[in-house]
Design a binder for this molecule. Sequence first.
Ligand code: SAM
Length: 328
Amino acid sequence: MLAFDGEQGVAIPERALFIGAQPHPALKTWPEIVGWQPLNPLAASWERVGFKRVENFSDGKWPLVLVLPGKSRDETLAWFAMARDRLEPGGKLAAAMPNTAGAGRFEKELCKATGNITSLQKHKCRAFHATDDGAWNEEVFNEWRALGEARKISNTHFTVQAGIFSSDHIDPGSQLLADYLPAHLHGDVADLGAGWGFLSDLILKRCPNIDQLDLFEADARALDCARLNLAAHLKKIGFHWHDVTTGLPGVYDAIVMNPPFHTGQATDVDLGRAFLKVASASLKRGGKLLLVANRQLPYEAALEASGLAWRKITEDKIYKILSAEKRT
Ligand SMILES: C[S@@+](CC[C@H](N)C(=O)[O-])C[C@H]1O[C@@H](n2cnc3c(N)ncnc32)[C@H](O)[C@@H]1O
């Protein structure tokens, strides 16, 4: 981003906000840059190298707002609108993304709203920026703002938001797990990678003998939706913005999960394996693990390696449900 601005011969403002922040050595020399990052592992890596992070924007405005793309179109456009809202009059909105993330398409979209765009293409990526000249099309930004607002999944009471997992439907794998979730789960229970709370909602409705349910989720926006979705339950619920791969703070009688197996766009089986390992380490003796996974994912071996006794409860064309127990 610095190189981009330097090559264009544009002065770089001292203060900048970075939406979707990720650390990079080139940013180290920036006098005052703050990041916003809803994903816990990325937020942690941003802070680990000494950068400041904002959680809520309140009224802050910056002369430069940088944007990296989100996972979905709606999310990225909503982030453009968020950037617009945080820009000082006359400020610059800059974005950078790989061509494979739709850089050309997003550049055109931004130009629709701003009317001016300066673009650089390099390393199979595009960096582009627009300057607020007082003539930006606020109607377009309004449309994008609306894309980022909380909404309901149709025919349900579940609140979701663009960018979070399964933001317009109930995940069919989670639904299969729901169909097989036993009512006898009891005591302290954890939902790992809890998303907007579909499995937690079901656990709380179906299992009367639960004392405490802890949701662990990396995406702060999903957790905010889960808070709304579970508001009607009277049980003790803990909401943890947490990277599960770093371990859990407690131990549990039962753990339920639909573990992630993507990092960004890429398949990452190790992420799912890390979830299994942490789950296994966090079960009390006699504790139960129940999970759903795509059939081709090699989680049985990971359960064996963790010393859990496991069995397959069911499978369909796409998913399998595995149940495991910590016997020792
Ligand atoms: C397959 S989704 C399941 C979501 C939810 N349980 C459901 O059934 O709809 C996996 C979830 O794990 C979350 N996740 C990904 N990496 C994580 C990590 N390192 N720690 C905690 N949660 C993570 C994702 O944000 C996503 O919400």
